[in-house]
Design a binder for this molecule. Structure first.
Ligand code: UDP
Ligand code: MG
Length: 331
């Protein structure tokens, strides 16, 4: 069987209402593009009918559809990581399953890859998410731009294309808590960005609660920068200098004016503030330590229940045995 030119990677978590439309739109765009391609879906522990629908896609196009089936929910980025280990294409495109990223934009990404770029990022035109998400995302984007070396207009956009070598490097890095667009950027020699359409989620709800978003953004900040730690060192130095001056000042007052109790509450306010900053500093150190701990434990990052690999054989009538084909245990 010919190796595909393009692999499209899609993480799926409870997306039953979107999958059929996604599959039809994807296949019609990619069939029209005329290059050999495959679709690699990771079922990230869905509890709805997503797994059954994906299996059916595999039956419909056994040579073009690969399904990585997790035995639990390991998160969007791990789902993409697992799919990356099974892609066969020269070019790899990632996108969401909820049709927020229109499949019709894929040829635009491919054109940039063919123009010689190894990473093509999308940035969303008229982003269609809640106001809260848009504002939070703007803030985090600008913070990330300040504390990391990553130059990216829209870190949250998952519609992106990578050359094979970039994905090989991502696979080799084997990270536990990571942020794929940023990781890819750190391996890119010649990245570029293009504007892509963005639609409202076709059906279902966002899978990210506020807590998940905070965790994900901590992964991004701690995974690609030590500036948060350095800021605390800087702040510590600054406070130490100020408090030394303050102690000298108080000492002189004690000698010149004598004992006094004014300003006690102001001092408490300052103290509480500094205690708060101190606890935050501990928290930030904890974020790094926790991730180091995760890495050194070397536990499997995800558990694959089974894999439905694209068939080498042309389609036959009975596809029953394909269900156990390529089954694998712990990854
Ligand atoms: N997703 C996943 N595992 C998760 C959360 C999300 O595989 O734990 C998938 C989800 O099915 C979708 C993509 O990741 O294809 C983006 O998720 P979502 O649309 O909920 O995120 P948002 O667009 O709100 O950032
Ligand atoms: Mg979405």
């Amino acid at each position: 069987m010919t190796r595909p030119y393009l692999s499209v990677v899609i993480p799926v978590y409870n997306e039953e209402a979107n999958l059929e439309t996604l599959f039809l739109r994807l296949t019609s765009v990619l069939d029209a593009a005329g290059k050999p391609y495959e679709l690699v879906f990771t079922n990230d522990g869905s509890r709805d009918r997503s797994a059954a629908l994906l299996e059916q896609f595999h039956r419909r196009r056994p040579q073009q559809v690969c399904i990585v089936d997790f035995n639990g929910n390991f998160g969007q980025h791990m789902a993409i990581m697992a799919a990356f280990e099974h892609v066969r294409g020269d070019v790899i495109v990632t996108m969401d399953a909820d049709l927020q990223n229109p499949p019709e934009e894929i040829p635009k990404l491919l054109a940039e890859i063919e123009a010689g770029h190894d990473v093509v990022g999308g940035y969303r035109k008229d982003r269609r998410d809640t106001l809260f998400r848009r504002i939070a995302s703007k803030l985090i984007n600008s913070l990330r731009a300040r504390i990391t070396h990553i130059r990216m207009r829209d870190q949250g956009c998952m519609l992106r294309a990578y050359r094979r070598e970039v994905v090989d490097n991502i696979n080799a890095s084997n990270e536990t808590s990571t942020f794929i667009p940023a990781l890819a950027y750190s391996f890119a020699a010649n990245p570029t960005e293009i504007q892509v359409e963005h639609h409202a989620r076709a059906a279902g709800k966002s899978k990210y609660r506020l807590y998940d978003l905070i965790r994900l953004n901590f992964d991004l900040m701690t995974g690609f920068s030590v500036v948060p730690l350095q800021m605390f060192t800087m702040f510590g130095i600054f406070v130490s200098i100020l408090s030394t001056l303050f102690v000298i000042y108080l000492f002189i007052r004690r000698i010149v004016i004598g004992p006094e109790v004014q300003g006690v509450f102001t001092l408490f306010a300052i103290l509480y503030f500094l205690v708060g900053v101190g606890i935050m500093g501990l928290g930030i150190i904890g974020e790094y330590v926790g991730r180091i701990y995760q890495e050194v434990r070397r536990r499997p990052r995800f558990v694959i229940k089974r894999i439905l690999q694209p068939d080498a054989e042309p389609a036959t009538a009975d596809r029953g045995e394909a269900l156990t084909h390529g089954t694998r245990g712990v990854d």
